[in-house]
Design a protein around this ligand. Structure first.
Ligand SMILES: Nc1ncnc2c1ncn2[C@@H]1O[C@H](COP(=O)(O)OP(=O)(O)OP(=O)(O)O)[C@@H](O)[C@H]1O
Ligand SMILES: [Mg+2]
Length: 385
């Protein structure tokens, strides 16, 4: 497809959906639009006593495996059982992991994947299938998180990915936007992660986008958007920074760093406020080491909380989280997260540091607690409703 002269139907989601409906109609299908808040599919098409759900996926990039898995899951659910097939139609094409999935599904599959071209839908396989729903309701009011500190190596990428993981475990679909030119998120999370719903509903996913491919319509069913920012503020698109509802500012805690970190945080807050006055800003301690020296710990904690008094007085949406209430503890799991990229660069895997050790997982507990703390403290109620 010549990207210089982009055909009309590809411009935006609305045009694309209408165009796909037209193509089905041309091929003899009776086309209906799905209910407005219907998760997982956009059109219903009928022909010769057969009924199919159509997912219209308008994307600026190739379809990723988790996006496809979610649709397959939907078709296996109670909701999906009323359909004989599912058609997954997209704008650009399918990425290699998605293609591998399509290939791996057997001939009984219910999923047909195709790309809309100028005149027809080009199907990838002959009779494509797979797997449920009830809970997610489309809501265009997305909740935006920015993970941003004007300092490298404080844990922005680690926090972005695992906060996304905490939300997926709470049954939200999450879009992760990788704004750092290093593209660490892409290296570590790949195209995304799909978490099946073991209680029988539709699973949820993390979809990863980069700056260029990001568009709200490319992640229609994602309620939460988490941006892993570049520490250089000018590298982050202003339009995105303006959208942040919450901004997480990771920092570390050590006696000699208090003053220096305080300045970095002040600087970070000033930079965010140039573009965005509405966001609640949360300073979170990452790599927190709880030690037995209670008195010393208390001195450090007080010094940290005091360092931000001035900002607090001038900014009522600035929160400095007491590590006793929420923090990300130092953990071997987070420390070694991503080491597989060094061990086996040929076979990158998408995974989070959420595996259980002795029945517990500190990172998982910490991130779920952090998400809950932020929501309660900011009082927006956007995630709970
Ligand atoms: N809670 C933690 N416990 C142990 N190690 C951690 C923790 N958080 C982060 N790390 C380690 O710190 C390293 C740096 O983290 P990360 O890459 O997330 O920081 P960053 O702020 O995104 O860096 P950059 O500015 O380079 O993008 C990681 O490789 C990881 O090993
Ligand atoms: Mg990073």
């Amino acid at each position: 497809m010549n990207s210089l002269i982009e055909p009309d139907y590809i411009h935006d989601y609305q045009h694309f959906e209408q165009y796909v409906a037209k193509l089905f109609s041309k091929a003899g299908w009776i086309v209906e639009t799905a209910k407005n808040n219907q998760p997982g599919y956009d059109l219903i098409v009928k022909k010769d006593k057969q009924v199919a759900a159509v997912q219209v996926k308008w994307l600026k990039s190739n379809v990723a495996a988790p996006q496809l898995l979610k649709f397959a899951d939907l078709l296996d659910s109670e909701e999906g059982k009323k359909f004989d097939f599912g058609f997954f139609v997209t704008t650009k094409g399918f990425g290699n992991p998605a293609k591998a999935l399509i290939k791996a599904w057997d001939k009984d599959t219910k999923v047909f994947c195709g790309v809309a071209s100028e005149s027809e839908i080009i199907w990838l396989s002959d009779r494509p299938q797979k797997k449920s729903t009830k809970d997610i309701i489309y809501n265009n009011n997305k909740v935006y998180f920015g993970i941003f500190t004007c300092k490298g190596g404080v844990g922005k990428t680690t926090i972005a990915a695992h906060l996304a993981g905490a939300f997926v475990l709470q049954e939200f679909n999450v879009a992760l936007v990788d704004l750092d030119p290093e593209q660490n998120l892409h290296k570590l999370v790949g195209d995304g992660i799909f978490v099946p719903n073991f209680r029988g509903g539709v699973g949820h996913s993390i979809e990863v986008f980069n700056d260029r491919d990001w568009d709200e319509n490319a992640a229609k069913d994602c309620k939460i958007v988490i941006c892993d920012c570049s520490p250089a503020v000018e590298r982050n698109p202003q339009e995105l920074m303006k959208k942040f509802d919450y901004c997480i500012i990771p920092t570390t805690l050590n006696p000699l760093g208090i003053n220096k970190h305080g300045k970095v945080i002040q600087d970070t807050v000033n930079k965010i406020r140039e573009f965005n006055q509405k966001a609640h800003l949360f300073v979170v301690i990452n790599n927190y080491k709880k030690i037995n020296a209670v008195k010393r710990m208390e001195i450090l904690r007080r010094a940290y909380l005091d360092a931000y008094q001035e900002i607090k007085q001038t900014d009522d949406k600035f929160h400095c989280i007491d590590p006793e209430k929420a923090c990300i503890r130092a953990s071997d799991q987070l420390y070694y997260w991503g080491i597989h990229l060094l061990e086996n660069p040929e076979e990158p895997r998408s995974e989070l540091a959420f595996e259980l050790v002795g029945g517990r997982c500190y990172p998982r507990d910490d991130f779920i607690n952090l998400a809950d703390y932020i929501e309660t403290e900011a009082g927006l109620g956007v995630l709970r409703t």
